[in-house]
Design a protein around this ligand. Sequence first.
Ligand code: ATP
Ligand code: MG
Length: 543
Amino acid sequence: EGSVYDASDGVYRSHRPQIQVPPPHMDIASFLFHNTTQQQQQSPCFANKIAVVDAITGQSLTFSELKRNANSLAAGLAQLGVSRGHVVLILSPNSIHFPVILLAVASIGAILTTVNPLYTSREIAKQIKDSATRLIFTVPPLLNKVQNTGIPVVLIEGSILENIILGISYSDLLSADPSKAPRLQIRQTDTACLLYSSGTTGLSKGVVLSHRNFIAAALQLSVDADLQGIKDEVVLLKLPMFHVYGLAAVLYAHLQKGVTVVTMPKFEFEPMLEAIQKYRVTYLPTVPPVCIAIAKHQGLEKYDLSSLQEILSGAAPLGKEIMEALSLKLPNAKLSQGYGLTESTGVGFILRGQQDTQYFGAAGSLISSLEAKIVDIESGKPLPPTKQGEIWLRGPNIMQGYFNNKEATASTLDDEGWLHTGDLGYINAKGLLFIVDRLKELIKYKGFQVAPAELEALLLSNPFILDAAVVPFPDEKAGQIPHAFVVKSPGKQLSENDVFRFVADQVAPFKKLRKVTFVTSIPKSPAGKILRRQLIEKPLAKL
Ligand code: ATP
Ligand code: MG
């Protein structure tokens, strides 16, 4: 049922049917509109189906409007001089305009790069320089972050005055004649997006993703959804659209299938529950912090969440314990996990629609048309099921390389096309992937390796603990010791000793926590990752 191991070459292959990549002249925009136009022919009411709706403002676009706006904007951008290979940057919270901009930019052979709205002007300026950005789309509250870059700015929903000052207005661009959109031949191997990795383990790198990468990832996900017989989906996109998970694996993948995407400009817990209720959301792709929040939330009964059929967690580790707690909170929703990277267009392993607890904690099985190897860190040899090693991936969704960074590309993408993910894991006898942790994040205690993710999952299983993170702390004798940052559940009494003992009772001695600090929250990125470097920097700063 899962990934199949071939002992002759050490490669795991997907058990799912292969995808058919469309003819090479189709780019991400024409492919999406081709698919949705087909659906319009099959079902007359489809033309007025909502493609994307903002759960907070109620603004929406039907599939026909999405197409018209994207073509108008493409025409407007071409008139502005944006052309093939030019990089356009978007600095914006999620909105219904995001997919319009993505499709318009890509349809004229230009390249969209996205940026986290929380970044400072300095960080944004760095990305602008690195990517050679020519034009910026942003919203009025974020304008100050890019005003002094010297790059032309288009304000999405700017006031008349602001638009006059900037000299370009989004509504003017959108009023261009859609039939004037340039019809150039785009090669599917051309770059569609330049997405920056999260920068969790170091400086973030520009990941070059082609039109084919996006289309392949969407189709790979569709194969899985089709196998599960999933129909009439309504997906809630509260993950950031600037991140590959929100952009490729949720927004693009669902729109190209004709699925309505309900979006939220920023993530807030209660409004998310309200949106699920109001739009009868069936599918919630999310990240571990939200799963933890739901699992530990009191008062879910206030909301009618009966439409919710499935929750998918990805982007960071989620332990079995939290999945179990979550399934008790939402007994009607199936829980699943996915694993992917910016470098794999957000997809890799997935398992949808499983309710059986034996699958909890697994990051899924190989997605269609993707190959994997589990490689021994020392010998470099591929390993059979149950053996732990570095995860390598190869397939049509793997990036073209890092932008302007030959060295990083060469050390990540080898001559045979394998992406060395830097993640440690194993595939079990059933073909399911279990992620241990990132190689870079393992704590080295006296020559033993301790995976923070394992200790975090354990800590979270304690009802007295609301949230937790484990990082290495420098130690003269041991090299590094595991240091836990712990957030207590409201109204609960818990001492450092309680925490030490709770963990020590359940793990091998070398994995024991050696240091505990109580904090009020754990720093996390909008894509749900623990910002370990902030925690590691803290004690170091004190030394
Ligand atoms: P950077 O590469 O810049 O340090 P990053 O690796 O966090 O940042 P992303 O591409 O957003 O940037 O994240 C991919 C990583 O997220 C994977 O390499 C893996 O470590 C982690 N990840 C994704 N899905 C899962 C999952 N289901 N379980 C555990 N870890 C996951
Ligand atoms: Mg990475």
